[in-house]
Design a protein around this ligand. Structure first.
Ligand SMILES: Cc1cc2nc3c(=O)[nH]c(=O)nc-3n(C[C@H](O)[C@H](O)[C@H](O)COP(=O)(O)OP(=O)(O)OC[C@H]3O[C@@H](n4cnc5c(N)ncnc54)[C@H](O)[C@@H]3O)c2cc1C
Length: 409
């Protein structure tokens, strides 16, 4: 039976990079993928445009991995966002920088990223086997010997990289197989939870606002009455609660406190001070002074939110605007700037962008990604406990950790 220098399990962002890099250096590499195609998840990243990295400084990138950024220091400096962009440029994919320093292919097409990675592994001479689900990594005396796939076939290798992703969006192939395999090898797996994920709320009124996308609002995450984090930007109301960019970002922290009292406070008018908002309301109320309260908010709020605000305020909906008191107006301002939602849960892995938790980083050498427990065993990408915020950080981490493996084994 032939013996490979490296077997890579999983042909996602991390697996493709590591396999290509090692083969380019003359290593004999076998890449095993359980799907019928490679890079299935990459195709849906960035809403099909693939936000492959972020154009920020490496230090800032590290800060975007709240708990485990330090672990990525070596990987992100060795293969930075700059290296990643020139890597794709060499493969014919030019990139551009958008709002928030997010980097996308100029073509706005994630398929170009997958095509480039396919070209990379083909040119480097990687042997690719599709529809090959790995069920076990074979070891002897804490040394890697190879892998076994579902059909029972075994493949021998001196090194094995587990790059099977986490549990988020299992329809793309990442269904958490790696955790079981790693546990059998003695690795600790930190509790895995969905992250960058929509949030469910107790309040039923969100269903009334379902489909409403709010721009330029500020959301504050409050845990047990204490403000934890704020985000400014876009959010969306859904049939179960809330979603959209700022909610996904805040969910990264919300997930850690689900057993506690979590609220989200939305400021619908963050650009206006109390005084300016009061002036604005007084102007609108002067304009609609002969109308009922329920017919006076059309200039200030999106249509779907008006019945919600009317219902939540203590001002009777049929009260004439000229009869609204200063105290009532002030209460309305409080509602508009501190609209509270109670977070009850997150949506599941099926809707999560990433997995938080995973292989404990203390058991992996950060300069090589080799296991500290089993010689010749490596990890790269989302299977490791290294989730970051949105903005291209998660793909960069997958590529960078994989590069370390491919360039050193
Ligand atoms: C909807 C969505 C949008 C996203 N958008 C972005 C974005 O724009 N920017 C960004 O930075 N990040 C984004 N992410 C996150 C990012 O895609 C992941 O963090 C990244 O793809 C992880 O790469 P990976 O190689 O570790 O794992 P994956 O990409 O999940 O690849 C793992 C591969 O392993 C295979 N596999 C699993 N088990 C086995 C097994 N037993 N045997 C063989 N093969 C196996 C899987 O089929 C899969 O092909 C997004 C995620 C989602 C779900």
């Amino acid at each position: 039976m032939s013996k490979y220098d490296l077997i890579v399990i999983g042909a996602g962002a991390a697996g493709l990079m590591a396999a290509g890099k090692a083969a380019e250096r003359g290593k004999d590499v076998l890449l095993l993928e359980k799907n019928e195609q490679v890079g299935k998840k990459i195709l849906i990243t960035g809403k099909g445009r693939c936000n492959l990295t972020n154009d920020c400084e490496v230090e800032e990138m590290i800060n975007n991995f709240p708990e485990t950024g330090k672990f990525l220091y070596s990987a992100l400096y060795t293969f930075s966002n700059w290296h990643l962009r020139s890597f794709f440029s060499d493969l014919g994919v030019e990139t551009k920088v958008e709002r928030g320093d997010r980097v996308f292919p100029v073509s706005d097409d994630a398929r170009d990223i997958v095509k480039a990675l396919k070209k990379y592994i083909e040119q480097a001479g990687v042997k690719l086997k599709l529809n090959a689900k790995v069920t076990e990594v074979l070891t002897e005396d804490d040394e890697v010997k190879g892998v076994r796939i579902e059909s029972g076939s075994e493949y021998r290798a001196d090194n094995v990289l587990i790059a099977v992703g986490g549990k988020a969006y299992p329809s793309t192939g990442s269904s958490g197989d790696g955790y079981t395999i790693a546990k059998e090898l003695g690795h600790k797996v930190k509790a895995v939870k969905p992250s960058l994920v929509p949030l469910e709320t107790k309040e039923q009124w969100v269903t009334e606002a379902q489909g409403l996308n709010l721009r330029n609002v500020r959301a504050t995450l409050i845990v047990n009455g204490e403000e934890k984090e704020q985000e400014f930007g876009e959010m969306l109301f859904t049939h179960f609660g809330i979603s959209g960019p700022i909610v996904l970002t805040l969910s990264r922290d919300a997930v850690q406190y689900l057993d506690q009292n979590i609220e989200l406070s939305i400021n619908l008018k963050p650009a206006l001070s109390f005084e300016k908002l009061d002036n604005r309301l007084q102007r609108d109320f002067a304009k609609y002074s002969r109308k009922q309260f329920k017919n006076s908010l059309g200039d200030l709020l999106p249509r779907k939110l008006i019945p919600v605000i009317i219902e939540l305020s203590s001002i009777p909906s049929d009260k004439f605007v000229h009869q609204i008191t200063t105290a009532e107006r002030e209460e309305l301002i409080e509602l508009l700037t501190n609209l509270k939602l109670t977070i009850t849960s997150t949506r599941g892995f099926r809707e999560a962008i990433v997995t938080t938790g995973g292989i404990d980083t203390t058991e992996i050498d950060p300069s090589t990604m080799e296991s500290k427990l089993v010689s010749g065993l490596y990890f790269a990408g989302e299977i490791i406990d290294i989730d970051g915020y949105t903005g291209g950080f998660n793909l960069q981490a997958a590529f960078s950790t994989a590069y370390l493996v491919g360039s050193q084994i």
